[in-house]
Design a protein around this ligand. Structure first.
Ligand SMILES: [Zn+2]
Length: 86
């Protein structure tokens, strides 16, 4: 897993900051909240390295990433009280 020059998650450049607000670094990822909140709590848990699909992660990283996603989901549940989290 390496960084890609055109990926705004890897670059953390203005394109990213135009769309999202960094909420917190997690274990192997960063939680971002979309500025556009048609769906309250819409966010992304961006893995620290570049992968196209989460299932491409090695098993150990997949476990750590899953923990981050669960932690983010709990926070979203607390903050936004959604009826369902996708
Ligand atoms: Zn990337």
């Amino acid at each position: 897993m390496s960084e890609l020059p055109d990926c705004f998650y890897c670059r953390k450049d203005q394109r990213l900051h135009d769309l999202m607000i960094e909420i917190a670094p997690l274990g192997v990822s960063t939680l971002y909240l979309f500025k556009e909140q048609t769906h309250p709590g819409r966010c992304v848990v961006a893995y620290r390295g570049h992968v196209n699909e989460f299932f491409e992660l090695p098993e150990a990283e997949l476990t750590l990433y899953s923990r981050d996603v669960a932690r983010a989901a709990r926070a979203i549940k607390t903050a936004f009280a959604p009826s369902k989290i996708n």
